[in-house]
Write a protein that binds this ligand. Structure first.
Ligand code: PFF
Length: 455
């Protein structure tokens, strides 16, 4: 394997980062980024709705054909360019316009972080409320509990806590902060997940939930399932917003990016699968309906835990699981604009972490107040501010970010194969995917998401 050295330009000298992950630290941090709320509340639900195991199979295919090639490309650009999500593209191509396209990812990450911190904050609030027993009281109407909480000012307090924790981790650096944080939290996450798995599978009537999740129903697969599987593969692997690219810039040249790609993909898949085995039996065992997102985690599941012996403990563990998943992802999102600010304005890591976290916190406040709060009735175009930020980032900016990485690696960066150590058959396959198949699929998902393509 020959290694690609980035262009020695003044810009590169300014951007070159000396910080590095250890080999296992990088894999853990990348898994921490990819395993998030998407695995825990979105994946089980869409799988159940779109044909169970049949959809799972489709998701695996999308992960392999679309997700992994982009993941490899993002990490390679980061390591080859040794800059941030914007400057790495310039360092490798010498073209200013690529750094502009890369800058869009920085913007995407910043915007996503502003509202991701809000949701992460909800999970922290629910963790405290569950463990203290306040939430797990028989007869509570969880819909009103959630709207009561979301319409007040408490979400802003918890959003601030999330920004403080993520900013603090980032300020401590790559190995002393991000790596350490993931090394502590990911094993904890696995232990909690296994405790909850044992609990859910031993509940009376658990098998009905397992059947709902895993019974392959190929009749339910349609073009829409295909697009949803693709979009989710993208989101689940944290692609399209410079996140894996920025983490990639801290990876040692000795690390095999191919192995890392497979480990991250497998990790994401396994966690999503176990999450399904925790959530469906729990929901079904208590005769509740699995719903999506906010409804599932903050309304249906508390109702199930309340009826369980030691419900406060299991409910608390579940929300702690969500909180860990959200925090390890949040840290990876925040690192994108922080790395950019450090390089662009030659700021120290601490200064960049403090300033970016503060600005991000204030930008996120309107989103926090728009979920039933004082800004809840402000709905231009029929969407709240929260929904707008979510919509624009997930459906417009992230696919554009994915396309930039794909086209850059496929067409503009001639030595991508050297960086990842691929040649012959595997290199050709990677290139065919990046040049033709992946861009076409991304455009299809994009058109479908914004309503221009009906299936
Ligand atoms: N991959 C995370 C999830 O599945 O919840 C979400 C995410 C994290 C998306 C980091 C993008 C990102 F950069």
């Amino acid at each position: 394997m020959s290694s690609q050295s980035p262009k020695t330009t003044p810009e590169h000298k300014k951007n070159g980062s000396k910080e590095r992950f250890s080999s296992s630290g990088f894999i853990l941090a990348a898994i921490g980024s990819s395993v998030g709320l998407g695995n825990l509340w979105k994946f089980p639900y869409i799988t159940g709705k779109h044909g169970g195991a049949a959809f799972f199979l489709l998701f695996i295919i999308c992960l392999i054909i679309v997700g992994l090639p982009i993941l490899l490309a993002e990490m390679a650009i980061g390591r080859g360019g040794r800059g941030n999500a914007s400057s790495s593209l310039f360092n490798l191509s010498g073209k200013k316009y690529w750094s502009f396209f890369g800058f869009l990812s920085v913007l995407t990450a910043f915007l996503i972080m502003s509202y991701y911190a809000v949701v992460a904050g909800w999970t922290l609030h629910y963790t405290v409320q569950s463990f203290s027993g306040i939430l797990m009281k028989p007869g509570l109407d969880y819909k009103s509990v959630f709207t009561g909480f979301a319409s007040g000012y408490m979400p802003i307090f918890w959003q601030a806590v999330v920004m403080l924790v993520s900013g603090w981790v980032i300020a401590r650096g790559v190995s002393g902060g991000i790596e350490k944080f993931n090394k502590i939290l990911i094993p904890g996450f696995l232990i909690i997940l296994l405790i909850l798995l044992t609990r859910s599978l031993t509940l009376p009537g658990a098998m009905e939930g397992v059947r709902f999740f895993l019974k392959p129903d190929f009749a339910k697969l349609d073009a829409e399932s295909m697009l949803i599987a693709l979009g989710h593969a993208f989101f689940s692997l944290s692609l399209g917003m410079g996140c894996m690219l920025t983490y990639g810039s801290y990876v040692d040249k000795k690390q095999s990016l191919g192995t890392a790609t497979i480990a991250i993909g497998l990790g994401d898949l396994v966690y999503a699968f176990i999450a399904g085995l925790v959530i469906f039996p729990t929901v079904f065992s208590y005769g509740l309906q699995p719903s999506e997102g906010v409804g599932l985690a903050f309304m249906a599941l508390p109702a199930a835990f309340t009826q369980m012996p030691f419900g406060a403990l299991f409910g608390g563990l579940f929300f702690l699981l969500l909180a860990i998943a959200a925090l390890t992802s949040a840290v990876s999102i925040l690192e994108v604009p922080v790395a950019f600010a450090m390089h662009k304005w030659s700021w120290s890591r601490k200064k960049a972490a403090v300033v970016v976290s503060l600005v991000c916190f204030f930008v996120g406040i309107p989103a926090a107040l728009s979920v039933g709060g004082v800004l809840g009735s402000f709905q231009p175009g029929g969407k709240t501010i929260f929904d707008w930020v979510d919509y624009v980032t997930a459906y417009v900016l992230m696919p554009v970010g994915g396309l930039v990485v794909t086209l850059f690696t496929g067409y503009a960066w001639k030595k991508a194969g050297d960086e990842v150590g691929l040649s012959g058959f595997w290199y050709r396959t990677w290139m065919i995917l990046l040049r033709l198949i992946v861009p076409v699929l991304i455009v299809l998902v994009f058109l479908y998401s914004v309503g221009l393509l009906k299936v």
